[in-house]
Design a protein around this ligand. Structure first.
Ligand code: ZN
Length: 449
């Protein structure tokens, strides 16, 4: 007989547990102890984990999936303006609070806490805050400067973070220019920063290569109707200097052991990033392209071969495809955001919202992605599995944390999302109507509907 396990803090049983592991294993029950998963299996087996103080939750046919990892979420900014979004604002929606600026530490702390509530209510247990740093200390939002990192640090120390946070440092302006001198200085100072816990870590460095295609600020091989072709945002006298400066930034970060996430939307800027990474000496840092709207098919193959990631927002397709078609033509618009081709190339694609650009609701993101991939990933069930992995397993890879989060397995972090229905039995378009009933982060219930 095996020894009796120590009693669990929390047991959920009587439903479907989708582990999202490579084999696609399922159970009906899961037990949590000390912030880790103690058991995944059937309802009989979980009984051995029930003690007098164990909280038991009857799933009644509901489903448990790994906690959602929103791999590109400007959470502090979201906390400042939600439920407004940038996209609604562009579409003329009411309540757009573009002028909202966080101008004190107290406001920033409150916005982070509010973002934590929003995340918890959506089953999000990890997110990447993509771009905090000194270049935004006087920025328009007040939500991306150095003080935000200090507020995160304080909240983590107080145990008040509701989701695990990966920060990408930014040594330039958000959606704006950066200079090599500032970058070097920032990286030097970063060397003294020690921030690497399971709740808050500096995962890497954000670089803005270019802008976005509808604004004609994506750097492209072709040209826009006015004959222009965009340019890199990294400062330099001409294309050659700018590309060399960006390459140096990526190399500096890489040599210091930091992952680099590059905002690159134009095919030419993406190729420049891939060229830079191809010259580096190791693949384990998992540098990645953010957005990648106009990534070419050959570039997808190179990303896969180099062990790079692709982090994109399927929800941008319905929201901006018309604008893209008006700018670059129907053909370019039709082949943008190639999620299916990226997955087929073997890239662990991460889907994200870029909230508050879009709503942070990953269920809406999955519905949009399903529309984008059509039937290329298989039937509805296979499509749902692949897209769920793009919000759990693949972002854990991006976080270089797949050994301890991203799937449901004994010993891994007890980060769970309970859905009112089994998502594998729901058409992706219907997923936004499936409630998030419960969120558990690090074994703690952080949301209950
Ligand atoms: Zn962003």
């Amino acid at each position: 007989m095996s020894p009796t396990p120590l009693p669990a803090d929390l047991v959920l049983s009587g439903g479907t547990v989708l582990t999202l592991d490579p084999a696609g294993s399922e159970g009906t029950a899961i037990a949590v102890r000390g912030g880790r998963i103690a058991y995944v299996g059937d309802d009989d087996g979980v009984l051995a984990h029930v003690g007098p103080d164990t909280r038991r939750i009857a799933l009644d046919g509901r489903a448990v999936i790994p906690g959602i990892n929103e791999s590109h979420l400007h959470a502090t900014w979201l906390g400042a303006i939600w439920p407004a979004t940038i996209m609604d604002g562009l579409a003329g929606g009411s309540g757009f609070a573009q002028s909202t600026t966080l101008d004190s530490s107290e406001q920033r702390r409150a916005a982070i806490l509010r973002a934590g509530d929003i995340a918890a209510s959506l089953g999000i247990t990890s997110y990447t805050e993509p771009g905090l740093g000194p270049g935004e200390d006087d920025g328009a939002t007040g939500a991306c400067g150095s003080d935000v990192l200090e507020q995160y640090r304080a909240l983590a120390a107080e145990g008040l973070l509701r989701a695990r946070v990966t920060v990408l440092m930014l040594f330039g302006e958000l959606d704006g220019p950066s200079a090599l001198g500032d970058f070097r200085r920032g990286m030097l100072e970063l060397a003294d920063t020690d921030l690497d816990s399971e709740w808050l870590r500096i995962g890497g460095i954000k670089v803005f290569a270019d802008g976005i295609p509808p604004m004609r600020s994506a750097w492209i091989h072709g040209h826009y109707p006015d004959g222009s072709r965009g340019e890199l945002l990294v400062e330099g006298a001409d294309d050659v200097e700018r590309e060399a400066a960006m390459r140096t930034m990526i190399t500096i970060a890489h040599d210091l052991g930091y992952q680099v996430g590059v905002h690159a939307t134009g095919d030419r800027s993406i190729d420049a990033v891939v060229d830079a990474v191809a010259d580096l000496d190791r693949a384990d840092l998992r540098h990645y392209i953010i957005h990648g709207d106009l990534v070419s098919r050959p570039a997808l193959g190179r990303l896969a071969a180099l062990g790079m990631g692709y982090n994109t927002q399927a929800g941008l397709a319905p929201a901006t495809r018309g604008m893209l078609a008006a700018t670059l033509g129907d053909e370019a618009a039709a082949s943008a955001w190639p999620v299916a081709a990226a997955l087929a190339a073997g890239i662990p694609v991460c889907l994200s919202s870029d909230a508050p650009v879009l709503s942070p609701d990953w269920r809406v993101g999955i519905a949009a992605a399903a529309e984008l991939v059509g039937e290329s990933l298989g039937d509805a069930r296979e499509t749902m599995l692949a897209l769920l992995r793009a919000y759990t397993v693949n972002p854990a890879w991006q976080d270089r944390a797949e050994t301890w989060k991203g799937t449901l397995a004994v010993g891994k972090a007890a980060d769970l999302c309970v859905l009112a229905r089994n998502p594998l039995e729901v058409a992706p378009a219907q997923l936004p109507g499936v409630d998030v009933d419960l969120t558990v982060a690090g074994g703690r219930v952080v949301f209950e509907r």
